[in-house]
Write a protein that binds this ligand. Structure first.
Ligand code: KG4
Ligand code: ZN
Length: 350
């Protein structure tokens, strides 16, 4: 347990954001700092692992100082240290995890390793209205698109996932075809607000299949064919054509994500749905999920937009839950690019 006068510091560095957060033993946030790396990767149209790890290394120490300054605390106030152990880019994960382990050892406090998805699932677990298990979580980001069932006592089971691209990856790849800046999800969302979602018909994959899996590669290919078809007809893809294209792509992604999420709630008899991951910042997804929830009598919990994208508050909250359940990690527990949820759950106690 974390005493009242001790705080938990958490590090997230699994992809291209370096993030540090400090919370108290009730989950109140004292610091939440994120250093994004969009600029160094933008010219490559995606995250370059080597560049990402180098930037984490450059930023992590300064960002930690910044977190202590914001929280008005020092390392002497820390009672536990947490970091993401995976999944993610191995070089990037190593920077955050080694930094955290070093801090835990020098302060002689427990270390808690966290699964990145467990973090997304619990990103708003300190906020009023966050449901108690059982609930379904839809986690959609640049690296993941999956559905989880969270049971009581706390246990996460993956019930469906993408068979190919993640939803955010589909947005980013279509954006690249349209020569829009990286990352493309946000910009497609903004342009789509001015467009007609039914002007171009794009496929909603695995719609009729009785599974909770996703597939977005067909949508990406259909969008590419549509774009090159328009170019052959010498249609300039700008103004209303661009808005309608973005709206049609966004509509197809959102329909796919929500169809399966609500199907899972219905089939498993679960009345609560939690959203998480960068794609859950999408304005149509947010509006439609709440609307559909009302129709189907399912309570939809939407984290604030800044907690949908990668951050360290989510890692801190997941670590606090573990600490309260006395699930402290061994300092020997290493990072893993493909960390499975079950191996993250069965951490050995120290
Ligand atoms: O969770 P996140 O920050 O990092 C990963 O773990 O991947 O998610 C980043 C992804 C990117 O693919 C980005 O294009 C997408 O989230 N994204 C959005 C929006 N904001 C970010 N996708 C759709 N609509 C948005 N508003
Ligand atoms: Zn993420």
């Amino acid at each position: 347990m974390l005493p009242d006068n001790r705080y938990l510091i958490a590090f997230e560095s699994s992809c291209d954001d370096t993030a540090v957060a400090i919370i108290d033993n009730k989950g109140n946030i004292l610091a939440d700092v994120v250093q994004s790396q969009v600029a160094p990767h933008a010219q490559f149209g995606g995250v370059v692992p080597e560049i990402a790890s180098r930037h984490h290394l450059i930023q992590i120490s300064q960002l930690t100082k910044e977190a202590f300054r914001v929280a008005k605390l020092s390392s002497a106030d820390i009672g536990a240290v947490a970091a993401t152990l995976g999944p993610g880019l191995i070089g990037s994960l190593l920077v955050g995890a080694q930094f955290a382990k070093g801090m835990a050892q020098s302060l002689e406090v427990p270390f808690i390793g966290v699964h990145h998805i467990e973090g997304h699932v619990l990103s708003s677990s300190n906020l009023p209205g966050f449901p108690k298990p059982p609930f379904i979580a839809l986690i959609a980001s640049g690296g993941h698109s999956a559905l989880y069932c969270i049971q009581d006592p706390f246990k996460i089971a993956c019930i469906g996932e993408t068979l190919d691209d993640a939803a955010g990856e589909a947005f980013d790849k279509v954006a690249r075809q349209l020569r829009l800046p990286y990352p493309g999800g946000k910009i497609i969302d903004e342009l789509a607000e001015k467009g007609n979602p039914v002007r171009f018909k794009l496929p909603i994959a695995l719609k009729s299949r009785a599974s909770y899996d996703y597939s977005f590669s067909g949508l990406k290919t259909a969008a590419r064919q549509l774009i090159s078809g328009l170019q052959k007809e010498e249609v300039t893809i700008e103004g209303q054509v661009l808005y309608d294209l973005c709206a049609s792509v966004r509509f197809a992604v959102v329909q796919a994500l929500l169809n399966k999420a609500f199907l899972a709630c219905k089939n498993l008899g679960v009345a609560n749905l939690v959203l998480g991951g960068g794609v859950c910042a999408n304005s149509l997804l947010r509006r439609e999920s709440v609307e559909e929830g009302k129709k189907q009598n399912i309570n939809v919990f939407l984290p604030p937009v800044h907690l949908c994208t990668d951050n360290a508050v989510m890692i801190a909250l997941a670590a606090l839950r573990r600490l309260q359940a006395e699930e402290v990690s061994s300092i020997q527990q290493s990072v893993s690019a493909n960390l499975s949820l079950s191996s993250a759950i069965n951490f050995p106690h120290i």
